[in-house]
Write a protein that binds this ligand. Structure first.
Ligand code: AHG
Ligand code: MN
Ligand code: MN
Length: 334
């Protein structure tokens, strides 16, 4: 039995799990623990909004485009507000960058942590009762605590993440996170309103049988990605694509598979955002024994140059991602 699991059975509440983990690090100040608890609370609040959305006229378009020119859904906006408010009230964060905000949101300059987030992932699935999610990354600022947050605090490589996770609003609601010591999953027990440990030390299974890609964009894929997808078909793998990254990722981590959002002619750098989506999931994937690349290099080593930067994304079971790289590493868009 691994250390994490010792004395912490299935059903352990998230708050207790976080506290126990903190005790393993005698020099921990408790700030990161508090931040993770604040994120758990934000997840519960967004879960409530998602659950009742059909009743409250909060589905559909908000009537505005975000900084990336994408139509915002009402729930994108609500989730962004709720998450930001929880982190502001929690008092552990000096700055947030969000998929839904153009600029840095400055919070308490006396705090050490920066959060990058996609408050609601899978917008196109909101109105049709299909799984959606929240994704977050936590970094330690590099500029001195107390001073104004700088761009360098926010534009950090994925390898600098101190924690990352997601909340999946699915047939049940789950929070999955890592602090670099394994990946742990908590299921929301709705009558108690508590996230409880349901999967400790999650790992990809050996091998993998699922590939997830939007094949409707086939004609704009690069040659290497086309060859890899053909290879999946020749091997008789199973195609599964929900269109919510969090949900597709989660299934593939549990069952073994690869998720791909390649560069396309329409989106030459891919569609997914390095800081809000790719880095968090790449950190989790590696902790679970998987891998994540942009088709050429490890995602976590990409040096970001802009908040809203995008990246092609190949993530999942290690052997599958490495095999895909054999096709894509010198492939170009025509
Ligand atoms: P978001 O809703 O945060 O903008 O993210 C949507 C992303 C991702 O969740 C999903 O896998 C992908 O967009 C789907 O894109 P396609 O419709 O192009 O397949
Ligand atoms: Mn997203
Ligand atoms: Mn989003």
């Amino acid at each position: 039995m691994n250390k994490v699991n010792l004395g912490l059975p299935i059903g352990t509440p998230l708050d207790r799990f976080i506290n126990k983990k903190q005790e393993e690090f005698p020099y921990a100040t408790g700030e990161l623990s508090q931040l993770l608890r604040d994120i758990g609370l934000a997840g519960k609040i967004i879960n409530q909004e998602v659950n009742k959305s059909g009743l409250l006229d909060i589905t559909g378009e908000y009537g505005n485009k975000n900084v990336q020119g994408e139509e915002q859904q009402k729930l994108d906006v609500i989730a962004n507000i709720r998450f930001t408010r929880s982190l502001r009230n929690g008092g552990q964060v000096c700055a947030i960058i969000s998929e839904e905000d153009e600029e840095i949101i400055h919070l308490n300059p006396h705090c050490r942590y920066v959060v990058a987030m996609d408050p609601l992932d899978g917008s196109s699935n909101i109105d049709v009762n299909v799984s959606i999610g929240t994704i977050f990354s936590i970094y330690r600022r590099v500029s001195p605590v107390g001073g104004p947050v700088q761009e360098e605090d926010v534009l950090q490589k994925g390898t600098n993440q101190v924690a990352a996770g997601y909340i999946l609003y699915g047939s049940s609601t789950m929070m999955v996170y890592t602090t670099g010591h394994g990946v742990h999953g908590f299921t929301l027990e709705p009558s108690l309103g508590e996230f409880m440990l349901s999967k400790a030390d999650m790992k990809y299974p050996e091998g993998g049988n699922i590939y997830s890609i939007n094949e409707g964009s086939w004609h704009s894929f690069d040659e290497g990605t086309k060859q890899y997808v053909n290879d999946c078909k020749e091997k008789g793998l199973t195609a599964r694509y929900i269109g919510s990254l969090v949900a597709d990722y989660h299934r593939n981590m549990l069952k073994g598979g690869i998720y791909i959002y390649p560069a396309t002619k329409k989106a030459p750098n891919g569609k997914l955002r390095l800081l809000y989506e790719c880095n968090a999931l790449a950190f989790i994937a590696e902790q679970a024994g998987g891998a994540a690349t942009d088709g050429r290099q490890r995602v976590l080593e990409i040096e970001p140059t802009a908040f809203h930067q995008r990246s092609p994304f190949y993530i999942g079971s290690k052997e599958m991602v490495e095999h895909a790289m054999g096709f894509t590493k010198s492939s170009v868009l025509e």
